[in-house]
Design a protein around this ligand. Structure first.
Ligand SMILES: *Cc1c(COP(=O)(O)O)cnc(C)c1O
Length: 238
């Protein structure tokens, strides 16, 4: 029998604790976000229970709007209310309305056009938390704004009243070279620090680090690590 999600989450929280300690940081400043792509509502429910039982909010990172359309109502049908669905995959314009019904945050804004399109569709009276995805690894296959344009875009997004810019997200360089991975995380931190200094006082989150590299991300200041396979086991093909 494979290890339970409960045990896996314990181990992740322990490692977050250790990494935070080694970096001289408070564990409470690093939140665990579960990357739930391809997982069933039941698996996600187990993980949410495990986190809630440990007094933690369950942040659920959704890659695909279609999957969030299943799991968000699915969890509510199971009587689970204490979770925070956020979008960590690319958002297509024609999916914005659907996304706004099933996620509470979007981490992947990377153009002003997309941000404006989202802002236009947010219901009056609602303010949507958003992050900006930055392509710190400079890989063509990755979404995200180029680092040199990140501050300008952050300024523009923060002027849209329907959006609340809470921070920055990146996917670390896809390589075994730890120096390069760390460099991409450090770059996101520098962008965040510059943005805060320029007056975007609320844009403090750094969503970075996955199962394979989250200790490095915590060392570079991650406030949120996005963990999938280490929590749920190897991924089924999507
Ligand atoms: C899948 C995914 C993760 C988590 O990856 P694991 O290696 O399974 O931990 C984090 N962020 C994004 C954007 C993802 O798509």
């Amino acid at each position: 029998m494979s290890e339970s999600i409960d045990c896996r989450i314990d181990r992740i929280l322990e490692q977050i604790h250790t990494s935070a300690q080694q970096a001289g940081r408070d564990q409470a400043d690093v939140q665990l976000e579960l990357a739930v792509k391809t997982r069933t509502v039941n698996e996600i429910a187990q993980a949410v229970h495990a986190l809630n039982a440990r007094g933690q909010r369950a942040i659920l990172g959704q890659n695909r709007v279609q999957e969030a359309q299943v799991s968000t109502p699915g969890l509510r049908d199971l009587g689970i209310a204490d979770f925070y669905p956020t979008l960590i995959g690319p958002l297509q314009k024609n999916k914005i309305n659907h996304a706004l019904r099933v996620v509470e945050e979007i981490e992947t804004l990377d153009t002003l056009k997309l941000a404006q399109a989202v802002a236009k569709r947010v219901e009056p009276g609602r303010v949507l938390n958003v992050m900006m995805q930055v392509n710190t690894a400079r890989e063509d296959t990755k979404s995200g704004v180029d680092p040199e344009h990140a501050l300008e875009l952050a300024g523009a997004i923060s002027e849209l009243p329907a959006l609340h810019l809470v921070g920055f997200m990146t996917i670390g360089a896809h390589t075994d070279d730890e120096t390069l991975v760390r460099r991409s995380f450090a770059q996101l931190r520098q962008i965040r620090d510059a943005a805060v200094q320029q007056g975007l006082a609320d844009a403090t989150e750094l969503s970075m680090g996955m199962s394979g590299d989250f200790p490095l991300a915590i060392a570079e200041g991650a406030t949120r690590v996005r963990i999938g396979s280490m929590a749920f086991g190897p991924r089924r093909v999507a």
